[in-house]
Every structure is written in C-alpha cells, then in structure tokens.
Design a protein around this ligand. Structure first.
Ligand code: PLP
Length: 474
C-alpha cells in the first residue's frame, strides 16, 4: 500500500529540500522581478504537465510546485510591492502554518482542540481590550477574512435587531432592512447583503466628504428618507482605513447616529485596525470601542499568512444567538466547566486553527515588536509622501495611514498619463503600484504593506517615477 507517511529518511530529505528553497526565496525576495511575465497559456501548460495517473517520483513533485510558485506570481512579499494589503509574512507565522498542518487541530468543538480554542479565545479577549471593549463582556471569533467578518457582522445585526430572524429569516420581516456605509466602503458588504438575502440594493453607499469619510449630513438625510418610506434602517458601517485611500470615517459621529436611530454600528477596520497597536496611530481610530462589532484582518497589517481575520463584538450573547444549533453528532463538552464550541459561534464548522500563527507571532515578537514594525511602515508612508512632494507630485488623499494616492497636476489632464505610468512601473519588474480614483481623479496608489520596505526602496520608486514622467513629457 502507498505509504502516506514516507520513510523517516525521505521526510528528512524532503524537509531539507523544501527549507532550502524557501529560505532562498525568503532571503532573496528582493532579487525577484515583482511581476514576472504571466501568460495564461504558459501557466496552464505548466500546471497541466502533471498527470495524476502517473505521479512524479522523488523530489520532482516538490520542485514542480515550488517552481510554479516562484515563477508565476506577483511577488507580494517583495519590499517594492506597494500594493494592496498583502504583507510579507513574518517568519514565526510561517512556522506556525507548518505546525498547524502537522497537528491539524479541529476547531469545531472545544473538546477536540481545547488548547487551540483557548488560544483563539485569549487573542479575542486581548484584541477586544486593545480596541476598547470590556474583556468580560466581549466575544468574538476568528474568521477566514474581512469578507467573512463583515458577513458575520450583518448576521449579528439582523439577529440583534430582529430577534426571530434566525428562525423565520426574511419571511418574518415586514420592512426591508437597510445597511449604510460610505461610497468608499469595501464591497464585501454588498456581498454580505446578497448572501443574507437582503440583496445588493439594501446597501446605501453614502457619498464621502473631502477627506473621503462618510458624509454625516448625507447619511442623516438618507436615514430620514428611508424611515419615511417605511424601510428599516438596520446597520451602519464605519470604515477605519478604506481600501482605496486609507480614510477613517468619523466613528464618534456614526456612533451617535447609531444610538439615535437604533442601528447596529459596525467598524470595518480590516486594514486600519493595525493602528491600534501603535500608541500614536491608535488615536486615528478614536471611537472604535463604541462600535457594536469590529472586523480586523491580522493577515493585512499584522504580517501573518492568509486567512486570518477576527470578528469582535461587545455583545456577549449575539454570536450564540445567531449561530448556535444543537446536534447529536457533535462531541459533547468534555468537562463540566462552561466552554463554548466555536461552531456554535461562527459561519464555519470544521475548521483549522486560525489563531495559532498570531499567537506564536505575539509570543515571540510581543506587542512591542508590532508597535515598532507598524511604526516603521507609517514612517515609510510619511517618507514617501515627503519625497513625492519634493519631486513635484501631488498627493490626492489625506490619510495618515501609509496609503498614498498621487498624481502630477500638469500631466493628469491627459487621460493616458496615469495608466502609462503604472504600466511602465509594473512592466519594469522593479515595483508594483495600482491606480485609484480619488474624487473622480485617477491617481497612482502606493501602499506600504511590507515591514521590510526601507527608504532605499522608496528612493528607487521615486527615481522610476521621475524617469518615466520625463519620458512621458518628452
Ligand atoms: C480587505 C478588506 C476587506 C475584505 O477582507 P478580506 O480579508 O479580503 O476578505 C473588507 N474591508 C476592508 C476595509 C478591507 O480593506
């Protein structure tokens, strides 16, 4: 019979083979082209060379996989990847993923993986306190990402405001529930509206002000109008660090409105929540502790591998009210002590430990380590802004977070200027940036999302930008 264990010698050999290749990539990521040539047909051909009827022997399978990952990907761990919120992963969190795969703890029930469950519970309490909740009142669950956390928030809002929602669903709801967020909010909220059956149109995208924050005046008008039309305002979402420009909504004003209109107030801090770990930056999130619930993705600013997000709430019983189901096949609690089975608090059922990688990262680097690394990325963002202004670029957004949208005031009247610049930069293989419209003006968007990014990388980016701008002018 095929031996899935392999022999101890083969395991050792495979371990060293993989570790050598990984160490090479990890140590020399900066030598990669950030975006190599990625042609679909070549990648498909490479993928389909593998014939599962005639599996590879020896290390060929490993080599095939590693080579595919090395060659055919945007290298997001590269220090000059100024991209979406995809971090370089810290080394301890990488080890955690291997460790997790070996033990494969089953986190549906407490009794099967009590240590791994308690690790997650402890982290939820610690982060709840960081965000300003009372540890005894707070509850939460690890999820696969911001999208799942935001969906969890909408389900909690429905169950909190419509007590029979979990039984009757939307059939028992006489008025159409409405969700409010800014036009800059993440579209996972629209997806959540689709999944819950509210539908896409139940989400009101409220215009933003000069600072890309939700316009509170317009929000009030929308609320009043919906009430007049006999709809049911259900939830308002404040984004703390928008995906496009890093803007933080006025969370204190949103909380006030939420109180006034009896709304569930959710703070989507998927990216920006990391600011809570820095003594100065945490002030940007003022008011977040008043939110009924919070989304925070550790796989963004905390440099751990995907898929690591947290949904945290200050309402102890809402997750259980929303998700708890009794079954006969699930193991019963192993102890007489009150414990919570994660499957009664979450969308997922069988699932991996999500928290272990964050736990090991914090065990080793501590809060202090994160404070330094997040502070460094903020400083690099400030440095980039400063260098851009020195070279005559205009920064279009006002965020304090290291998300910078910029343009050239003289050249932007040409529709092809920004696309040309981004194309040239990405094609150079030296860096990766994207475009984003700020108040209708297309801009170049560069985000510091890597703890390894230094002034040298930013100087290189500026140099490229200035050279390509000169070429465009010529
Ligand atoms: C990234 C992001 C999300 C979605 O999170 P995923 O982890 O990609 O599922 C939601 N909201 C905001 C503000 C984000 O930046």
């Amino acid at each position: 019979m095929t031996d899935f264990n392999l022999s101890p010698e083969t395991r050792k050999q495979f371990f060293s083979f993989v570790i050598e290749r990984l160490e090479h990539y990890y140590a020399a990521t900066a030598n990669e082209k950030v975006t190599p040539e990625l042609t679909r047909d070549a990648i498909r051909t490479y993928t389909e060379i593998a014939d599962f009827g005639h599996p590879f022997e020896d290390q060929k399978a490993l080599d095939h996989l590693l080579t595919g990952l090395e060659q055919f990907a945007v290298h997001t761990p590269h220090p000059a990847y100024f991209g979406l919120f995809n971090p370089r992963t810290n080394f301890l969190s990488i080890l955690s993923d291997l460790i997790t795969a070996v033990f494969n703890p089953q986190l549906a029930a407490w009794s099967h993986a009590p240590f791994a469950v308690e690790v997650e519970n402890y982290l939820i309490r610690e982060f709840a306190v960081k965000f300003g909740y009372n540890a005894l009142e707070a509850d939460g669950v690890f999820t696969s990402g911001g999208a799942e956390s935001n969906l969890t928030a909408l389900l909690c809002a429905l169950n909190a405001k419509l007590p029979r929602f979990s039984v009757n669903g939307l059939w028992g709801v006489p008025q159409m529930p409405v969700v409010y967020c800014s036009a800059e909010a993440h579209h996972s909220l629209h997806k959540a509206a689709r999944i819950t059956g509210l539908g896409h149109d139940a989400v009101r995208s409220i215009p933003v002000n000069e600072r890309q924050q939700i316009d509170i005046g317009q929000l009030s008008i929308a609320l009043k109008k919906d009430i007049t039309e006999d709809l049911l305002p259900l939830m308002v979402v404040g984004t703390a660090g928008t995906t496009g420009t890093g803007a933080v909504d006025d969370l204190i004003a949103l909380n006030k409105l939420a109180d006034q209109y009896n709304l569930w107030f959710h703070a989507d801090a998927a990216y920006g929540g990391g600011a809570i770990l820095h003594p100065d930056a945490r002030l940007w999130l003022d008011g977040i502790g008043m939110a009924d619930s919070i989304t925070f993705d550790a796989h963004k600013w905390m440099s751990v591998p995907m898929a690591t997000s947290m949904f945290i709430t200050r309402h102890k019983s809402i997750l259980s009210h929303t998700f708890s189901i009794r079954t006969d096949y699930m193991p019963k609690d192993a102890t007489e002590q009150p414990v919570i089975d994660p499957f009664t608090h979450s969308i997922q059922w069988s699932r991996r430990s999500i928290g272990i990688k964050l736990y090991l990262s914090l065990l080793f680097f501590g809060w202090k380590g994160y404070e330094e690394v997040i502070g460094h990325q903020i400083a690099m963002g400030d440095y980039l802004r400063w260098q851009l202004k020195k070279s005559g670029w205009t920064v279009c957004n006002q965020a304090a977070m290291p998300v910078i949208c910029f343009t050239d005031n003289f050249l932007e009247i040409n529709d092809d200027f920004i696309p040309y610049m981004v194309h040239q930069l990405v094609a150079s293989g030296k860096t990766w940036v994207s475009t984003y419209p700020v108040h209708g003006r297309l801009s170049i968007r560069a985000c510091i999302t890597n703890y390894d990014t230094t002034e040298k990388d930013i100087d290189m980016l500026l140099n490229l930008l200035n050279i390509e701008r000169d070429k465009y002018r010529a």
